[in-house]
Ligand binder design. Structure first.
Ligand code: AMP
Ligand code: ZN
Ligand code: ZN
Length: 415
């Protein structure tokens, strides 16, 4: 069931005399999970391509490492890379939260702010400045991060149709001005799900590309119907791409590492390993270095370009599968009822991990193609668009400065 929870709209920091003039142009941040940059070149997404052509697009956007959903969504909305935002993986353990394992399927963990409190999502900064937020799903929004939720949020429900998600966002735009969100998100998950199930080059994935494009069309049409097409800024991103995988390309870890030597935190593309007491030397001797289809490092010795490995939640040893490979155990494989034909989590410099960035609206110039940038660079842009002071972050605003209309045009409401 959809929960739309309007929380109190009054309190410290609230702009009590809200008028159109005192509010920034509403911003809708759309995340299309698993939308690889190359998918835009398939001729299947006319709406996205038209928005890119008449607005701004990046040649591609580099995801943060590891190229997984939770770490990257939190990086986008906080401007901090996973090693600093605390969401270092989709599955995590933390000695300071001893009785809980973080996983997308563990609702208690997802809603426990302790996992998220290392960073400040933009909706919290907006709230402190008296702006409202409407979050149509985003990792982190279900927990009272630093004490509060966004004004409107929903418990993640994968069954909730994309059309309903779009219509909920459109509904927020016509709320009375004193309740209307300035920051909205829209999260679409079907490309990731289909990419995993059938692979990134499947007919099924191509069919889903048309459908997700139609959802963006529905949003744009909804804006036009409401006379808002020049009064809303759209920023469309993805969190990572997708690589084709195969049952022929599996590293069986338990054939290399004896089970009693270490505990595996999670299998998949990036596997975290914690040696059992007294076993560290043995585990390191077996694992560290290059293997035929993966490479393993101590967390302190990861390549610097990953910007990863200092957070206490990062396991002591990490093994990263080569392009198109995955790391598994025999029992983990046997428990799966379907072998995923697409995966992500690879090196964030892998071309198939590249994400998209498209921006359109009164703040943005037309026909601009930006050189590649890191996804943490988006956060200072989002803060700027809302007239908010960005929290300390890993992003570089200058990377996206070329996207904007000259100052003065960018942040005024134009109806
Ligand atoms: P992954 O492909 O493992 O990186 O994770 C992607 C999946 O995470 C999506 O297909 C969603 O089902 C799930 N997901 C996304 N957002 C949330 C959320 N807020 N709470 C729980 N699960 C989520
Ligand atoms: Zn994802
Ligand atoms: Zn995924």
């Amino acid at each position: 069931m959809l929960l739309l929870l309007p929380l109190a709209c009054s309190g410290p920091g609230t702009r009590d005399s809200a008028t159109e003039a005192t509010r920034p142009t509403p911003l809708i941040l759309i995340s299309i999970d698993g939308f690889r940059a190359e998918f835009l070149d398939r001729g299947l997404t006319p709406t996205l391509n038209a928005l890119a052509d008449s607005g701004v697009r990046a040649r591609y956007m580099r995801p943060s490492f590891p190229t997984l959903t939770f770490p990257n969504h939190y990086a986008l909305i906080t401007g901090l890379r996973p090693d600093r935002n605390g969401i270092v993986a989709n599955i995590m353990e933390d000695g300071q939260i001893p009785d809980q394992r973080f996983a997308a399927s563990n609702r208690q963990a997802i809603e426990n702010a302790r996992w998220w409190n290392d960073a400040t999502p933009l909706w919290i900064t907006a709230k402190r400045a008296g702006l409202h937020s409407g979050i149509m799903f985003w990792p982190g929004s279900e927990a009272p991060v630093q004490g509060s939720h966004p004004d409107f949020w929903s418990r993640y429900d994968e069954e909730l149709e994309a059309v309903t998600r779009v219509d909920n966002v459109l509904g927020w735009l016509t709320l009375p001005i004193d309740q209307r969100p300035s920051l909205m998100t829209l999260y679409l998950d079907t490309i990731d799900k289909t990419g995993h199930h059938f692979g990134p080059d499947s007919v099924e994935l191509n069919a889903e590309l048309r459908i997700v494009d139609a959802m963006v069309r529905r949003l744009v049409d909804g804006l036009i119907e409401r006379g808002l097409e020049h009064a809303v800024n759209l920023v469309i991103v993805s969190d990572h791409g997708m690589v084709a995988t195969s049952p022929e390309r599996v590293v069986i870890l338990d054939e290399i590492l004896p089970g009693e030597a270490a505990r595996t935190i999670s299998y998949g593309v990036l596997t975290g390993i914690a040696p059992n007491p007294g076993q560290t030397h043995k585990v390191e001797a077996i694992l560290l270095g290059k293997h035929d289809h993966m490479q393993c490092w101590k967390k302190s010795e990861l390549p610097a370009r990953f910007h990863y490995g200092t957070h206490r939640r990062v396991p002591p040893i990490l093994c990263l599968a080569n392009h198109g490979w995955i790391i598994a155990s025999r029992t983990w494989l046997a428990r799966k009822d379907h072998f995923s034909l697409g995966e992500h989590g690879y090196d964030n410099d892998d071309p198939d991990m590249r994400a998209i960035f498209i921006a359109h609206g009164p703040a943005f110039r037309s026909g601009v193609v930006l050189p590649p940038f890191d996804n943490v660079d988006v956060y200072p842009l989002l803060a700027y668009l809302l007239g908010l002071k960005a929290e300390p972050n890993d992003g570089n605003f200058d990377m996206l400065g070329g996207a904007l209309e000259p100052i003065g045009v960018a942040r005024t409401n134009r109806h």
